[in-house]
Write a protein that binds this ligand. Structure first.
Ligand code: AMP
Length: 421
């Protein structure tokens, strides 16, 4: 146990960490390019927030939350998703009274007690965006376009944008009613979960992963045919804008998503032919959530991407990553007398903005050179009595094998030449 990580969690080891940094960097840059500002909320919140926000009868709240009591008997939960907490922070802070729309993004770990498998973990990471305070279909397009742009910037192949509208307070009851009548006829054939869903939220049956239920659901009433005129106009406007931006989409009339707060537009990005968990991100409009959590009516829309799944897909598709940044220079002590000067040189070089390291185990000269190569240093700067007397260092380019003596003050310029190349 002591050396085993909890089930459903992952360590990001150094060789993987640079890929994470790259993907997170692309996400941050993208959000900034689209005018979103970062928000960081706590990893845990009051349980009630998710019960009310995500919906008590969703799988997430009913079965998957990490709930605990703190030492003062407060009921808390490790966040299973980002939106409810961002809405809470928006309402609690001055953001709700500032200029709108408010455009926020976040990155961080989420926790769900799910059945672990490839692409499904108990601690996973999401990047997400939320736009508060607009019901303009252009805002839907903005969020969908950002999602698509993310996968494009990363170079992901074969992804598809699936899109649907599940209506609003006015027309969703019609859809629910139609679905109820449809599934009631075959109630006994549904899985026990869906028999329960039939009572509370028949929409969620469409989301069931059981093959038998999926087969039954194929003939279910179609959400688009139940929409009220204003939801139809909204959906058509979103499709029109996507066409203006030349973003291909597939209409998926059964796309409802696993959280209760969605209204109108729902979307998911799927990668074909990779593995069972083909959804790499999804989102939608949630026009009633802010009010449900005690705020003023605030139409909003958001999206979240699963970073593990994106990285798994990139690895599977052999998507090129930029080369990791290696060490610029490794300081080698040719003899013991040079140790003080080597330490000074190490910090001098770092102060020049270069990345630098040295040996801390008293290795021989040969072993230091080997270690420098293992650390993938581009240069070694060798210092011995000889060099100290003449106030120079021997700089060796480990890529070309070329070696020359220079003054320490010239190191930055010398190394700078290869950095520019
Ligand atoms: P959701 O918050 O359920 O709408 O999920 C948004 C995205 O998060 C999904 O498309 C997945 O990419 C990712 N995701 C959701 N649950 C998990 C999980 N248990 N493990 C890994 N990724 C997940």
């Amino acid at each position: 146990m002591l050396t085993t990580r909890p089930r459903g969690t992952n360590d990001v080891l150094p060789e993987e960490a640079f890929r994470w940094q790259y993907v997170e960097g692309v996400f941050r840059r993208l959000c900034q390019d689209y005018g979103f500002a970062e928000i960081r909320t706590p990893i845990f919140e009051h349980t009630e927030l998710f019960e009310r926000g995500v919906g008590e009868i969703t799988d997430i709240v009913a079965k998957e939350m990490y709930n605990f009591f703190d030492r003062s008997n407060r009921k808390l939960t490790l966040r299973p998703e980002g939106t409810a907490a961002v809405v809470r922070a928006y309402l609690e802070s001055g953001l709700k009274s500032g200029p709108h729309p408010v455009k926020l993004y976040y990155l961080g770990p989420m926790f769900r007690y799910d059945r672990p498998q490839a692409g499904r973990y108990r601690q996973f990471h999401q990047g997400g965006v939320e736009v508060f305070g607009t019901d303009d279909p252009e805002a839907d397009t903005e969020v969908i376009a950002l999602a698509v742009d993310f996968y494009r910037r990363l170079g992901l192949q074969n992804f598809e944008l699936h899109l649907n509208s599940i209506g609003c307070k006015v027309c969703r009851p019609v859809l629910k009613e139609n679905l109820s009548s449809f599934f009631k006829i075959r109630q006994k054939e549904l899985c026990p979960n869906c028999q329960e869903r039939l009572e509370y939220n028949p929409l969620r049956i469409l989301d069931c992963k059981e093959p038998k239920d999926q087969e039954i659901a194929k003939g279910a009433p179609d959400s688009l045919s139940c929409l009220c005129p204003s939801c139809i106009a909204h959906f058509e406007a979103v499709l029109g804008y996507l066409e203006v931006l030349k973003i291909p989409y597939l209409i998926d009339k059964q796309l409802v998503r696993g959280l209760d707060y969605y209204t109108r537009t729902t979307f998911e990005i799927m990668v074909a032919d990779t593995w069972a968990q083909s959804s790499v991100g999804g989102g939608g409009r949630y026009d009633d959530l802010v009010a449900a959590l005690g705020g003023p009516p605030t139409p909003s829309i958001g999206f979240a991407v699963g970073l593990e799944r994106v990285l798994l897909t990139m690895n599977k598709q052999n998507t090129p990553f930029p080369a990791p940044k290696n060490l610029d220079v490794f300081i080698v002590e040719a003899d013991k007398e040079a140790s003080r000067a080597a330490l000074e040189l190490l910090f001098f070089v770092r102060a020049q903005g270069l990345s630098a390291d040295k040996d801390f185990l008293g290795r021989s000269l040969k072993a230091q050179m080997k270690y420098a190569a293992k650390k993938k240093a581009r240069f070694v700067a060798i210092l011995g009595k000889e060099e100290i007397n003449r106030q120079v260092v021997s700089l060796k380019d480990l890529a070309s094998g070329e070696q020359k003596e220079i003054f320490p003050a010239e190191i930055k310029e010398e190394i700078g030449k290869y950095k520019k190349a």
